[in-house]
Structures are given as structure tokens and as C-alpha cells.
Design a protein around this ligand. Sequence first.
Ligand code: SF4
Ligand code: SF4
Length: 92
Amino acid sequence: MSKVEKTRDNLLKCLCKKCPTYSFTCKMMSIPGNIILLINPEKEKPQAETLFCAYTKSQCIEEKKGCLCTQCEVYKENGLAKKYYCLADGGE
Ligand code: SF4
Ligand code: SF4
């Protein structure tokens, strides 16, 4: 698997925040951290709650409700083959 770059461009392309698996509560809790990440994508703390294929799995998403990864530009550009990067590091 190619390594997905932690860039502002990729953060903006990521479809996770539109995904049904990304729960409303998780979305609300993650807003401050995700904004900080857009300013400095290489900074891994606070926890990246987006672009899970480049960072690590989520710390608040728990239940599968469908995955949009296969429709995502980052997915196509990087030849990714798995799904649910929010639930397992490296996807499943
Ligand atoms: S492939 Fe999935 S985790 Fe990676 S950027 Fe796209 S929607 Fe986000
Ligand atoms: S990794 Fe897939 S399932 Fe998880 S939030 Fe992103 S698009 Fe949804």
C-alpha cells in the first residue's frame, strides 16, 4: 500500500466527514482538532479525526454504517484497496 501524504490537499479531499459511519457526536468533538490539523497537517496531536488512511484510526468512531473511501480521490490517487480506515490502522 502506498503511503498517503498528510497534506492540506488530502485533508480537504477526504470524504470521512460526510460518511454515515462518522457519528454526529464524534464530528462535533473533533472540530477543534481537525481545524488545527488543516493549519499544520504534519502535526499529529491532537488526534487526527479525519484522513484516517494517512493518520491512525479514530478514537471515537465505533460502529460500521457504510464507508465512502472507494469514492474518494485520495483513495484512487493512492491505489488504496481497503475500507474502514477509521476503525483499524491501515484499514480492513
Ligand atoms: S480514502 Fe477514506 S480515509 Fe482516506 S481520505 Fe478518502 S475518505 Fe478519508
Ligand atoms: S474511513 Fe470510511 S467508514 Fe470511516 S469515516 Fe472514512 S469513509 Fe467513513
